[in-house]
Design a protein around this ligand. Sequence first.
Ligand code: NAD
Length: 395
Amino acid sequence: MLSFGRTRTQPRSNRSMSLGGMDFSDPKRKNNVVGKILLAASLTAFSLREDGVIHVLVTGGAGYIGSHAALRLLKDGYRVTIVDNLSRGNLGAVKVLQELFPEPGRLQFIYADLGEPKTVNSIFSQNAFDAVMHFAAVAYVGESTVYPLKYYHNITSNTLVVLESMAANDVKTLIYSSTCATYGEPEKMPITEDTPQVPINPYGKAKKMAEDIILDFSKNSDMAIMILRYFNVIGSDPDGRLGEAPRPELREHGRISGACFDAARGIVAGLKVKGTDYKTHDGTCIRDYIDVTDLVDAHVKALEKAMPGKVGIYNVDQSTSLYMHVKKATGVDIKVDYLPRRPGDYAEVFSDPSKINRELNWTAQYTDLQKSLQVAWRWQKSHQNGYGSPLVMAS
Ligand SMILES: NC(=O)c1ccc[n+]([C@@H]2O[C@H](COP(=O)([O-])OP(=O)(O)OC[C@H]3O[C@@H](n4cnc5c(N)ncnc54)[C@H](O)[C@@H]3O)[C@@H](O)[C@H]2O)c1
């Protein structure tokens, strides 16, 4: 469990209170916007430990899941530092968070690339983190087959950098974002945490390697570690403040939820459903989905239950099929092309969430897929251009 007991009223030795540890590698372009956020925060608070306050580093916190996780943590009273290089995330999401939690010492944003070990180490040495939620990653299966080295670098190598910095700076708790892609094409369904991991694409392999590094490290460490393997994430903040806004250029590698909304908004011509003769209730493939609000709840429960020297591994999911719900949720009669089966596709891919139910007392609450999609659709409709320019905060 995370300890509230550790107190540090003095800054860490060699910790600078200046902005020196923040890496603004392109100040002309981003300093203004990032600076605004930094000014709103108190640097002192972030570099000191405070009784009763848990400081969580959220890597990738400007992205889809990371921003929702930061929102939940802030709501629950955690102190949050987001580190993101904005390669895929949106400063607009950070601005939403900052406006919701403007008090000094609540939220800090650091623009930095986790691929730069010196910068990362200096961020760790200048901030008193209690825990890390490591979301930052490139995360598109299709893209990973085109640019595998990018994936090994960004996922595997950067996780090593984060882990080394945690170890060097005595940060004791890690919650790691992993994926069902590490399982590959299992022989048996449902997928449990014991299902052999035989990933079949660089994305899944890079995440599996990162998991292996974490597990090897854990054997001689008292770090508290939770690895969450999640399936397709959908939905958005029920109060409509945050959403999913990937870069347009990633559309072609896109995720099913985004593809459905793009079809509903007329950005793409329609959807292609590959295979209608599977032994499922509607003949199409069934996949697992998890609402982002449930997913971040699982992260917070994992954080609360993480135990020193122990590793917990959990699948986080619930299962059903998607595109018919999208038609209903959006009210748009999306054009669907029904095509023959794609080789290698399973009729159903779903996992067994009983371990996380039992051990972390987590159960999905947002199980009405249509409602999750309606929430996300509302955000999509009111944010036709996502958060606007990803590197600028809309006022
Ligand atoms: N979305 C899903 O369906 C899904 C499913 C399973 C696992 N995951 C995992 O969840 C995590 C978050 O995914 P997401 O959907 O929010 O993706 P996302 O692209 O919306 O967010 C990722 C964030 O990480 C940042 N980032 C990437 N590389 C970085 C680097 N080198 N340094 C600093 N920041 C960097 C990006 O700018 C972005 O803000 C990823 O680890 C992903 O593998 C996602």
